[in-house]
Ligand binder design. Structure first.
Ligand SMILES: Nc1ncnc2c1ncn2[C@@H]1O[C@H](COP(=O)(O)OP(=O)(O)O)[C@@H](O)[C@H]1O
Ligand SMILES: [Mg+2]
Length: 342
């Protein structure tokens, strides 16, 4: 659906060149929710604006449904852009227009007949839960309600793609949840492909199928959200994951473990799915005569699954510990031995 190949964007600022986006390649499939996460200044906004040519890349190609945007004339580009809605952190509503007029704006531009406009705007406002607010002005709305209006407006031209630039970053946590729920619903109901950028890993965790991590204009890592969570490769990715999911052992526990005479084997077991790790405790005890002791655990709820890690201390005969670890390694669990450095 969306194909970026080696997309580059250089801004010229006086004599200086700013490489905002460097050689980014990524593919977003139809119906996917694709997240791009990165710190401020990483190039996320520039990249997402390249997808609808609000920003023309200085290199590389952008294809939407196989069509290279660089080959389109102005009229064709406008038509393609109608397939791509966009929402922003600061909502970008027209303050002198009512909610109704804001949502109707794209329909006016497309010369939709009045009756059609009224029908469509009401349907959209109903969908975003603002049926009663059509004659209100944006200043009378909360942040979450403003974003709902912006979403309704973005959907007015029946887009196939919705681009979200930090759409929840100005909202409190509870309102963020409700907007993310709404985006999920839109994705499921209308099969709209969503690309969102955020500096919050929480947003990725909650609704994204796949994720790309950006740093200094580059995509340094991308993949299924579960894979990236369970096996982050880059330091920046680990830092982001740590903000929602901390799998490291607390210092106080480490101290206690160091003081144990028989430390046993310390394992970190990572698993996906709620019950994935359950049967292993009985097996480690029953089959191998080991004593597993769960010291620490953490679970993250992802869009379609849970991802957890447990830190377990296993004691028993060395031979049995080895056999028990082989057994664990054969299952769909990721096992790491934790070394206690002095
Ligand atoms: N129009 C512009 N002119 C010059 N530099 C820009 C422009 N837009 C963005 N930049 C620079 O490009 C880099 C990436 O910015 P941006 O894409 O906004 O990052 P993010 O959205 O991840 O915070 C920054 O260094 C920023 O200062
Ligand atoms: Mg930005």
């Amino acid at each position: 659906m969306i194909q970026l190949e080696n997309v580059t964007k250089v801004f010229h600022q006086g004599r200086q060149n700013v490489d905002a986006v460097k050689n980014v390649s990524l593919h977003v499939g139809k119906g996917e929710i694709f997240g791009i996460v990165g710190f401020s200044g990483a190039g996320k906004s520039t990249l997402i604006r390249c997808i609808n040519f609000l920003e023309r890349p200085t290199g590389g190609t952008v294809r939407i449904d196989g069509v290279d945007l660089a080959g389109l004339n102005d009229a064709e580009l406008r038509r393609t852009r109608r397939k791509i809605g966009m929402i922003f952190q600061n909502f970008n509503l027209l303050s002198s227009n009512t909610v109704f007029e804001n949502v109707a704006a794209p329909l006016r531009l497309a010369n939709a007949p009045k009756r059609e406009r009224v029908r469509k705007v009401r349907e959209l406002l109903d969908m975003v839960g603002l049926k009663e607010k059509e004659s209100v002005y944006p200043a009378q709305l909360s942040g979450g309600q403003k974003q709902r209006v912006a979403i309704a407006r973005a959907l007015a031209s029946d887009p196939e793609i919705l681009l979200c630039d930090e759409a929840t970053s100005a909202l409190d946590p509870q309102t963020t949840e409700s907007i993310l729920e709404l985006l999920l619903e839109i994705n499921r109901k209308y099969k709209i492909t969503i690309v969102l950028i955020t500096h919050e890993m929480h947003v990725i965790r909650k609704i994204c199928d796949r994720v790309a991590v950006m740093e200094n204009g580059e995509v340094v890592e991308q993949g299924d959200v579960l894979d990236v969570f369970s096996n982050p490769l880059q330091p920046v990715t680990r830092n982001f994951i740590r903000t929602v999911f901390d799998a490291s052992l607390p210092d106080s526990l480490l101290k206690k473990l160091r003081e144990l005479e028989q430390p046993g084997q310390l394992l970190r077991i990572s698993y996906a799915g709620e019950h994935a790790a359950e049967p292993i405790w009985a097996d480690l005890a029953g089959r191998f005569g080991l004593r597993p002791n769960i010291l620490y655990g953490n679970i993250a709820q992802l869009k379609d699954t849970t991802f957890g890690t447990l830190v377990v201390r296993v004691t028993g005969e060395p031979e049995a510990i080895r056999a028990g670890m082989d057994y664990l390694a054969e299952r769909e669990l990721k096992i790491e031995v934790i070394e206690l450095a002095d």
